[in-house]
Design a protein around this ligand. Structure first.
Ligand SMILES: NC(=O)c1ccc[n+]([C@@H]2O[C@H](COP(=O)([O-])OP(=O)(O)OC[C@H]3O[C@@H](n4cnc5c(N)ncnc54)[C@H](OP(=O)(O)O)[C@@H]3O)[C@@H](O)[C@H]2O)c1
Length: 181
């Protein structure tokens, strides 16, 4: 089975977005997100990213589709999104399709927003959560869903800094939580 990871940047008040955009501008955090979702152990493979329709809409056209990754958008409306993405009606359907086919895909990344994270966490689909914890309360209108933190343990991985990052007036940390077996 392909591993399923979730990646999110979350403020102290659990915020992830405001007015359809990210509430912060963190270049190095974005670089981390791109590196984590793109890198593969097998150079002949690529990763898939699963996102909600509003997250897709929020990405500036020059960055769409996300390069070197299979872009999957979750929407109830299968038409008129973009011919460069695959569309599924929910996260489970997308994951089933990826697990039962797509031999060139190495890792499945759940990249938000709220409804996508919620379905993946409620259905306990994720092996690991890569959460950037931004150490400030920030005004947001979209939030990371509640989940049972006891289902996961904090781990460290090579290549993921453990010290506090400082950028653009904000401090943040890269945390990795692994599903307990
Ligand atoms: N901080 C972070 O790491 C991060 C990551 C991603 C996004 N964001 C931010 O989050 C905001 C966007 O997130 P959002 O929560 O508003 O929207 P979203 O989850 O990206 O998209 C919502 C839409 O996706 C579809 N959808 C979502 N979950 C579904 C499910 N489980 N089953 C079926 N369809 C589903 C529906 O599309 P249809 O209406 O087309 O049916 C729904 O209207 C933006 O502000 C963005 O910048 C932040």
């Amino acid at each position: 089975m392909k591993p399923i990871n979730l990646i999110a940047a979350v403020s102290e008040n659990n915020g992830i977005g405001i007015k359809g955009n990210l509430p912060w501008k963190l270049k190095k955090e974005t670089e981390y997100y791109i590196r984590m979702t793109t890198q593969t152990k097998n150079t002949n493979k690529m990763n898939a990213v699963i996102m909600g329709r509003k997250t897709w809409d929020s990405v500036p056209s020059k960055y769409k589709p996300f390069s070197n990754r299979l872009n999957i958008v979750i929407s109830q409306n299968e038409k008129n999104i973009d011919e460069r993405v695959l569309i599924f009606k929910n996260v489970s359907e997308a994951v089933d399709a990826l697990q039962n086919g797509f031999p060139n895909i190495e890792t499945i990344w759940i990249i938000g927003g709220h409804g996508i994270y919620k379905e993946a966490l409620d259905k306990k689909l994720c092996d690991k959560l890569y959460i950037t914890k931004i150490k400030k309360k920030i005004e947001c209108d979209t939030f990371f869903p509640h989940y049972n933190e006891n289902d996961f343990s904090l781990i460290e991985e090579p290549g993921v800094p453990t010290d506090i990052q400082k950028e653009n007036g904000l401090c943040y940390e890269f945390k990795i939580f692994q599903k307990k077996h």
